[in-house]
Design a protein around this ligand. Structure first.
Ligand code: PLP
Length: 471
């Protein structure tokens, strides 16, 4: 066969393979957070491999990973140190249980996590996703109060717009109209207060205006204070996503807000749970978001970037004071009767240890701070001036902005027009993968993504949003 004929045969074989895979996908798969009728209306991408900050589909087309493969990836795909650690661990032990046994990667990772998280966090409970990390925190907080002589403290305070995961406990803590409405019969109620973002109209081109954010933070704290004055005696814990509420649409908080929540929890002797599933591992520019407020939570939830985005692993860290309430003889039944089969999986722990080593070896925190500043400048230059974009919300490498029919009045486009979805498809045509939340566009580059790729991400997104909002 001549080279041209070989190429044609290869293309044909690939076309057939792609068509077959898509046909089976459409017939058998149920994709998360995806309306099947929409999924069936365009050719989906079938991803085959990842290298650096790019993903490649089965035709070998390259795409920039603009959302860190759902807010997880930190140093890029196929990082040799992380993949080598996983391979080496797989050769030794792929899985063993944490129920009644231990293993070295779990032990080593626990000591590293205790070292890098705020001071009073000394205990590590492993699970396998952000939702389970929150579920574990929920159960610990509830049982802690009961075993500390305060059985009446059974309620939880959360923020409007909160998202803590998709298990029923974490759904109960969350509040998002499209995600959670209708589940009231099978969830438990929580006490809710408005986060800063809902307390004051926040303007600003390119970034939210700091002064209005500070004022909004104070209003939100006043609401929390009122709630605790009224109901604090029945509250076990306050749950927050510190510094940025992610799935709400990337809603930032001032650092003073997180510190204020800590103060109020102390005043009312209520536990503070910080869900750093999305914000952890340099996503907001520091290793953990709470560092920017010098806050130490009583319980902290980690997942997503914990393994650099390579394997499912989660950790719920607690203070020694919390852990101590679970000690006693077996017959006192103070044990935390909770555990997930794959919690603390050795492969995940090995990936997480390698992740932290890469942070140290490659100065990822410095890179994240530098990249965050560049990212903010690019957003200011290319996204903020767009006619149909509201204030751009950015914190470190987390960005969200609304595509609006009329930014002056905050009027959305009709939902079924799916403007952000169409912008996503347009960006894909230009080799960039992004994923919105409704008509809120979200960009979440890996903290280590270099400046030239950040520029590509932002400029392609700007063109795609301009195109989708004009049509
Ligand atoms: C703050 C927060 N908590 C919990 C979760 C749930 O994590 P997972 O999808 O791994 O269960 C998420 C997911 O986006 C999140 O953003």
């Amino acid at each position: 066969m001549k080279p041209a004929e070989m190429k044609a045969a290869e293309t044909l074989a690939n076309d057939t393979r792609r068509a077959q895979l898509i046909e089976i996908d459409r017939r058998l798969l149920w994709h998360p957070f995806t309306q099947a009728s929409e999924w069936n209306s365009y050719d989906p991408l079938v991803i085959e491999r990842g290298a650096g900050f790019h993903l490649y589909d089965i035709d070998g087309r390259r795409y920039l990973d603009g959302v860190s493969s759902l807010w997880c990836n930190v140093h890029g795909h196929g990082h040799p140190a992380v993949t080598a650690a996983i391979h080496e661990q797989a050769d030794r032990l792929a899985h063993s249980t944490m129920l009644g046994l231990s293993h070295e990667p779990a032990i080593e990772l626990a000591s590293r996590l205790v070292e890098i998280t705020p001071e009073p966090l000394t205990r590590v409970f492993y699970s396998d996703s952000g939702s389970t990390a929150v579920e574990v925190a929920l159960r610990i907080a509830f049982q802690y109060q009961r075993q500390s002589g305060r059985p009446e403290r059974t309620r939880f305070i959360t923020m409007l717009g909160a998202y803590h995961g998709d298990t029923i406990g974490s759904v109960s803590l969350g509040f998002s109209e499209p995600f959670h409405t209708g589940y009231e019969p099978i969830t438990f109620p929580t006490l809710k207060f408005a986060p800063p973002f809902l307390c004051e109209p926040i303007s600003g081109r390119g970034a939210c205006d700091d002064a209005s954010l500070e004022r909004a933070g104070a209003h939100s704290l006043a609401q929390l204070s009122e709630l605790l004055e009224r109901d604090g005696a029945s509250v076990a814990a306050v749950f927050i996503e510190p510094l940025v509420q992610g799935a709400a649409g990337i809603w930032p908080q001032p650092a003073s807000f997180v510190a204020g929540v800590r103060e109020l929890c102390d005043r009312h002797d209520v536990l503070l749970v910080c869900d750093e599933v999305a914000t952890g591992f340099a996503r907001t520019g520091t290793m953990f978001a709470v560092e920017q407020s010098a806050v130490s939570p009583d319980i902290m939830c980690l997942a997503k970037g914990l393994t650099a985005g390579y394997l499912p692993l989660a950790a719920t860290l607690t203070s020694e004071r919390v852990f101590a309430a679970f000690n006693g003889s077996y017959s006192e039944y103070k044990t935390l009767f909770h555990g997930h089969t794959y919690g603390g999986n050795p492969l995940g722990c090995a990936a997480a240890i390698a992740n932290l080593q890469v942070f140290a070896d490659e100065n990822t925190l410095e890179a994240a701070a530098r990249n965050g500043a560049r990212f903010a400048a690019l957003l200011q230059e290319h996204i903020a001036p767009l006619a149909h974009v509201g204030p751009v919300r950015v914190k470190g490498l987390m960005c969200g902005f609304d595509i609006l029919a009329d930014p002056a009045t905050g009027t959305w486009f009709p939902t079924d027009q799916r403007r952000a979805h169409h912008a996503t498809l347009a960006a894909r045509e230009s080799g960039v993968i992004i994923r919105p939340l409704g008509d809120t566009m979200v960009l979440m580059p890996a903290p280590a993504m270099p400046a030239d790729l950040l520029e590509e991400l932002v400029t392609v997104t700007a063109q795609a949003v301009a195109q989708a909002s004009q049509a």
